[in-house]
Structures are given as structure tokens and as C-alpha cells.
Design a protein around this ligand. Structure first.
Ligand code: F6P
Length: 545
């Protein structure tokens, strides 16, 4: 097919549009009643992850039409193009090779005729040697003490992945304590510095570009704090390392390039936790566990590359998302981990998905006339149940969700885990089934309510149900299957971007605000504010100090 034709012109899109009409009036309850093998037909497993997608408004025909859509969209070719290092990020003229960072088979991946794997392996070796030295106490601070705390200073992709993984795998942590400072709000760094000791703290300045305003300001504040405590800037070399693509900028900041971990412009920020941006993970958990994370992601990459589409989990998740977004008009998708340690996953996936697929033109720059990336949001269960689930069950929005739950707990304290799992399954069932008026009345009657009470309360107790969800079951929350889970979502986002014919790997939309902030920053220091709308002008004046 033409590389840039609209998906809406594809035969499978038209067929799906008609097919959606037949499914619109069918309730999920009916779909389960019609097919006793439904759960088995719509589930799959790979790399320690089990996906049940049977609670979706789909039939076998839906799946096969969606797979046809993927084929007609050129998914196989685009997937091959990504894995083989083609410059699929066309607006930045870059390959997209986070898969090379976890290419555990070590087969060559060529960019402009050069294999990237020796560079990837060299940085992994550098991470192993540095994390080993720091964790063993061989690497010491300016007064000769071992490092007890690591503060990662970075934002967006240079923060969220490492922070999420360190939180998710906290039960495996046996190294220094990790802290993450991202916000330019001085509350963030001030409160973190108040908890650590300059003699025993290592700062990682994590920035692909080494120009991000928030990160640079925080890095300078941290440096000043250390130098003030140490008395001179000789301490910097023992307490600052950098992760970046720019050796010159790292050097200009005052960090020796011997203490720099390189990565490459073919790693997108939100796809970078597999690179040296994952250094806090290696320091907290050890390099062996970091490599297990890579192993899990690599296993998912192989699954994505080689499994037929109908059993290919990232393809299935991506296609189900397309089904709701484009054929049923769902505008948002919730991430609902029933694992407290996965509480940062919704935020991480928010960047991964929304920065990748929040686009309004095709790769060729033509405006699209169909919805693209949905709003991604969520929180850990069971907390979310007591906050926003009311709207999921009885609100007027249609919202799909992913429930993520582990079979085993790292702590296994009495009944906790059983209650957690029961709630997860109960919510997916309740969302799917709902409660009819008849059932609501019967329940009220069983409570001994009067007829008048039943009439009054029954409408409030009706749940429409038919609310779709996926359930992802992990054997346990461990490095390998967390790696697979993250890669599952990365490839899901890729699949959707291919179908929408957008570039999932640039992020021009964040630039305008950055430029304006630079101007307003100067105006807040007293420079005459000009060229703004009346509202912004008034607010600048009010906030000037
Ligand atoms: O502003 C968005 C963004 O460019 C993200 O894509 C990126 O992850 C983040 O800023 C941080 O960028 P850097 O690693 O260059 O500091």
C-alpha cells in the first residue's frame, strides 16, 4: 500500500465500521453466554505474562478484521523497519532502536552500515563496573565514606522509567537508596537534599540533550549544595555522574567524561530506561537484575517479531485500543495496576502513550480526520476503587481499562494479597456484567427494604455494565516479567501509531510551551512583558516579585 494513505480508506477499516454496528447493541454478558469457550479463545501467554482480553466487546470476526487492518496498514513492514534500524522517526531523521539496547542475542543491528551492538555492550559493561564499585563501597565520596544515597536528576523519559522500575522492584533493592528529583519547583530538590548527606550522596544528571531547563537548574542547585558542604569543587568528580548523548555539554557542566554514560540519538527519551538512563535501577538492584529486566523485554521483542498476529499480545492490545478509539469513540483508557509497587506505571505509560501518539498529522504531515492517541490515566487498586471507579461504573463516559495483577506477593502477609486479587477480579466482572434493574430490585428486597424504598433506590443501583477491560496476570512482580510488561506496552503504542500512520517517535508538541516559558521567565525578573494576551499579561504582573 501507499506508505501514507489514510487508514480510513483501507477495506478492513470500512468492514470494521459495518461490523461495529452489529456489535454496538450486544452486551458483553450475551457474548459470554453465546460462547462458553470465550475466555480460552481470547487469552494468551508469553514471558511470564498472561493476558485475558475476553472481557472486550469483540467476536472472532472482530479480531480477524482488526488483524486485516494491521496487515493492510503495513504493520509487518514497519515492524521490520524498526528492528532493522531504518530511520522511521522521519521528522528527526533517526532510527528507533530501543530494541537494540536489550538485544540479548547480540545479533548485529546496523545504522548506516555500522553495528550498534558493540557500543551498547560497552555501556552495559561500564554500568556493571560502576554499579559494582559503588555497591561494594569501593567507590567513595570526598571524605572517604561509601555512597548510601543516589539522587537521579532528570525529567520525562530521563526520570519516569527509572523511577517507576525502582519503585516496582523495591523488594529486590539491596543497594543505595534511590531518590528522583524531576520538578523545577524548588520544593522537589529542597526536600530531597534535606534527607541526604553530601558525603555519601551520588547525583546522576540524566538528560539526553543536557539542555532541559528543569534538569540543568536542579543539577546546578545540587552541585552548589555539594560544593558548599565540601568546601571546594574537587568533590564533584566523586559525587556527579552524567547520562547523556552530549559529551561536550556534560564537560561544560563540569562533569569529567570518564564519569559519563553514553547513549544515542536513536533512543527516544520515553524509550530510554533500557539504556544508561536505567543506571539508578542497576545501582539499587544490581546489574544482574537490570539485565534480567532487559532479558524480559528482549523476550517480548521476539514474541512481537515472530508470533502470528492473532496470538501476538502487543498487536492484540494495540488493535483492541484502535477498536474502541476509532469505532466506538472511547476517549480514554485507564491503567489499573493491582500492585502497590506499580503505582507509578500509569504515569510512566501516560508519557509513553500520550507523547508518542498524541499527534494530529500523518508521517507525511497531512492532517488526520480520525481520533489518535487516547487519554491515558489511572492509579493503583484498590485505592482507585475508592476514588474514581464510581464514574467507571455509572458515569456517562465509556472508558476501557487494563487491570494488572500478580499471582504472588513479595511479602505474603496473611490475607492481604487474596483480598487484593479478589478486588481486581471483582471489578473486571462488575464492569463487564453490570447490574440490571431486576437484579437491583431483588437485592433490595433481600435486604428487607419496603416497596417504596425499592422504587426510590432501584434506579441508583443499576449498573449498565458492558465496560471492557483487559486483565494482565504476572506470576510475580519481578525484573524479568516487568521488562516484558513494559515492552508489551511499547509495542502496543507502536502498533497503534502504525495504524494511525503517525510518527510515534517525535514530540514537537512540547516545544511551544518551552519557548514561551523562556520569554516569560525573563519577564518575571522584571524585563518588560510584551506581546502576550491580556490574561497572560495580567498574570505575569501579579506573579512578578
Ligand atoms: O519535553 C519532552 C522531553 O523532550 C521528553 O521527550 C524527554 O523525555 C524529556 O523532555 C527530557 O529530555 P532530556 O532527557 O533531553 O532532558
Amino acid at each position: 500500500m501507499d506508505d501514507f494513505s489514510f487508514p480510513t480508506q483501507l477495506p478492513a477499516w470500512r468492514a470494521l465500521r459495518m461490523h461495529a454496528e452489529t456489535l454496538r447493541s450486544l452486551h458483553l454478558r450475551e457474548l459470554f453466554e453465546q460462547d462458553e469457550r470465550r475466555a480460552e479463545r481470547f487469552s494468551g501467554e508469553t514471558g511470564g505474562l498472561f493476558l485475558d482480553y475476553s472481557k472486550n466487546r469483540i467476536q472472532l470476526e472482530t479480531r480477524s478484521l482488526l488483524v486485516q487492518l494491521a496487515q493492510q496498514s503495513g504493520l509487518e513492514q514497519r515492524r521490520q523497519a524498526m528492528f532493522s534500524g531504518e530511520r522511521i522517526n522521519n521528522t528527526e531523521n533517526r532510527p528507533v532502536l530501543h530494541v537494540a539496547l536489550r538485544n540479548r542475542s547480540n545479533t548485529p543491528i546496523l545504522v548506516d552500515g555500522r553495528d550498534v551492538m558493540p557500543g551498547v555492550n560497552a555501556v552495559l559493561a561500564q554500568m556493571r563496573s560502576f554499579s559494582g564499585a559503588l555497591r561494594s563501597g569501593e567507590w567513595r565520596g570526598y571524605t572517604g565514606k561509601a555512597i548510601t544515597d543516589v539522587v537521579n536528576i532528570g525529567i520525562g523519559g530521563s526520570d519516569l522509567g527509572g523511577h517507576m522500575v525502582c519503585t516496582a522492584l523495591a523488594p529486590f533493592a539491596d543497594g543505595p537508596a534511590t531518590h528522583f528529583v524531576s520538578n523545577v519547583d524548588d520544593a522537589d530538590i529542597a526536600q530531597t537534599l534535606a534527607t541526604v548527606n553530601p558525603e555519601t550522596t551520588l547525583f546522576i544528571i540524566a538528560s539526553k540533550t543536557f539542555t532541559t531547563r528543569e534538569t540543568m537548574v536542579n543539577a546546578h542547585t545540587a552541585r552548589d549544595w555539594l560544593v558548599a558542604a565540601a568546601g571546594d569543587d574537587g568533590a564533584v568528580e566523586k559525587h556527579f555522574v552524567a547520562v547523556s548523548t552530549s559529551a561536550e555539554k556534560v564537560q561544560a557542566f563540569g562533569i569529567d567524561t570518564d564519569n559519563m554514560f553514553e547513549f544515542w540519538d536513536w533512543v527516544g527519551g520515553r524509550y530510554s530506561l533500557w539504556s544508561a538512563i536505567g543506571l539508578p535501577i542497576a545501582l539499587a538492584l544490581g546489574m544482574d537484575r537490570f539485565e534480567q529486566l532487559l532479558d524480559g523485554a528482549h523476550a517480548m521483542d521476539q514474541h512481537f517479531l515472530h508470533t502470528p498476529m492473532e496470538q501476538n499480545l502487543p498487536v492484540i492490545l494495540g488493535l483492541i485500543g484502535i477498536w474502541y478509539r476509532n469505532f466506538f469513540g472511547y476517549a480514554s483508557h485507564a491503567i489499573l495496576p493491582y500492585a502497590n509497587d506499580l503505582r507509578l506505571l500509569p504515569m510512566f505509560l501516560q508519557q509513553l502513550d500520550m507523547e508518542s501518539n498524541g499527534k494530529r498529522v500523518t508521517r507525511a504531515g497531512e492532517p488526520v480526520d480520525y481520533p489518535t492517541g487516547p487519554v491515558i490515566w489511572g492509579a493503583q487498586g484498590t485505592n482507585g476503587q475508592h476514588a474514581f471507579f464510581q464514574l467507571l461504573h455509572q458515569g456517562m463516559e465509556d472508558i476501557s481499562g487494563d487491570f494488572i495483577v500478580a499471582k504472588n506477593s513479595a511479602f505474603d502477609l496473611g490475607e492481604h494479597h487474596r483480598i487484593l486479587v479478589a478486588n481486581c477480579l471483582a471489578q473486571t466482572e462488575a464492569l463487564m456484567r453490570g447490574q440490571t434493574e431486576e437484579e437491583a430490585r431483588a437485592a433490595l428486597k433481600a435486604e428487607g427494604r419496603s416497596e417504596a424504598d425499592i422504587d426510590r433506590l432501584a434506579p441508583h443501583k443499576v449498573f449498565p455494565g458492558n465496560k471492557p477491560s483487559n486483565t494482565i496476570v504476572l506470576d510475580e512482580l519481578a525484573p524479568k516479567n516487568l521488562g516484558a510488561l513494559i515492552a508489551l506496552y511499547e509495542h502496543k503504542v507502536f502498533v497503534q501509531g502504525v495504524i494511525w500512520q503517525i510518527n510515534s517517535f517525535d514530540q514537537w508538541g512540547v516545544e511551544l510551551g518551552k519557548q514561551l516559558a523562556g520569554v516569560i521567565e525573563r519577564e518575571l525578573t522584571g524585563e518588560k512583558a510584551a506581546g502576550h494576551d491580556a490574561s497572560t499579561q495580567m498574570l505575569i504582573k501579579r506573579l512578578q516579585r
